[in-house]
Ligand binder design. Structure first.
Ligand SMILES: [Zn+2]
Length: 270
């Protein structure tokens, strides 16, 4: 990403930072690399949830999202019995890396309960050391079979990355680090394509590019994830949440689409 992508329109880094609807957080335990302090190792975790396949884990999410959009949520696994069951440990089927945006809560939009999904949330659903370590922990120790990288329409972090020129600050050194990690997502676009993508209020193209980039980078960066994918134990899927409909569009939806779930789950590289 170079400055050639920017039209030179007036912008305010403060306004961009303020406009970002995503919350920022950092786990002090993860920052120290003390992963076990955050996620205690499960005891007898195999009693919690029966083994599943990546395909079944994806179907569970899609079924839950269908219930959410139709208003037929079950709110299962949210009672005293489940809490008691989970004192023995956790065995979530799916890892979800999503944005911190308050409108995009994975457990809500997929109608999941306690112990069902291992969720990592960070503005722009980016990959940093803490996010990768969290995913690696769940892959290695919790037996998760599916990793879903989920972005959403009108993402403030993606907006900031697109509208903050590389030679300008997004508001602070840490904000600069965040937007810098998103910018490479746009590298394949021509200036014309980039300008056109910016005109879309939902930023659909740029959000999709970021999700695809993060999913690809995760497998490249993490040997643990890469080995799990190559062995067929874990699959990586990508999705984008639509704010108004509540639908999570798993990239894409047809067999002819190179990003169809079936092809993604087959482990094809993109
Ligand atoms: Zn966002």
């Amino acid at each position: 990403m170079t400055s050639q992508y920017y039209s030179g329109s007036v912008y305010s880094s403060l306004a961009i930072a303020t406009a970002m609807t995503c919350a920022f957080f950092q786990s002090p335990n993860l920052a120290r690399g003390d992963v076990n302090a955050v996620h205690p190792a499960p005891a007898a975790a195999h009693h919690i949830t029966a083994g599943t396949t990546p395909e079944a884990a994806l179907k569970e999410l899609q079924d839950g999202n269908a219930r959410f959009t139709k208003g037929t949520v079950k709110h299962s696994h949210q009672d005293e019995a489940r809490r008691k069951e989970l004192t023995l440990g956790q065995k979530p089927q799916t890892i979800i890396l999503s944005c911190s945006d308050s409108r995009v809560s994975p457990e809500v939009v997929f109608d999941q309960g306690l112990g069902d999904v291992f969720v990592i949330r960070v503005a722009g659903n980016i990959l940093g050391a803490a996010q990768v370590a969290s995913i690696e922990y769940a892959v290695e120790h919790l037996g998760t079979r599916l990793i879903l990288v989920m972005g959403h329409e009108s993402c403030g972090a993606v907006t900031a990355a697109a509208k903050t020129p590389p030679d300008k600050t997004a508001g602070s050194p840490d904000l600069d680090t965040l937007v810098s990690s998103i910018r490479p997502s746009f590298d394949g676009l021509t200036q014309l394509e980039f300008n056109s993508a910016l005109e879309d209020k939902k930023l659909s193209k740029l959000v999709n590019l970021n999700v695809n980039y993060v999913a690809k980078r995760l497998v490249e960066r993490s040997a643990i994830v890469r080995h799990a994918v190559e062995s067929g134990n874990v699959k990586v899927a990508r999705g984008v949440y639509q704010l108004e409909s509540g639908i999570v569009q798993i990239n894409g939806s047809s067999e002819s689409d190179p990003h169809s779930p079936a092809r993604v789950l087959a482990g094809e590289k993109h």
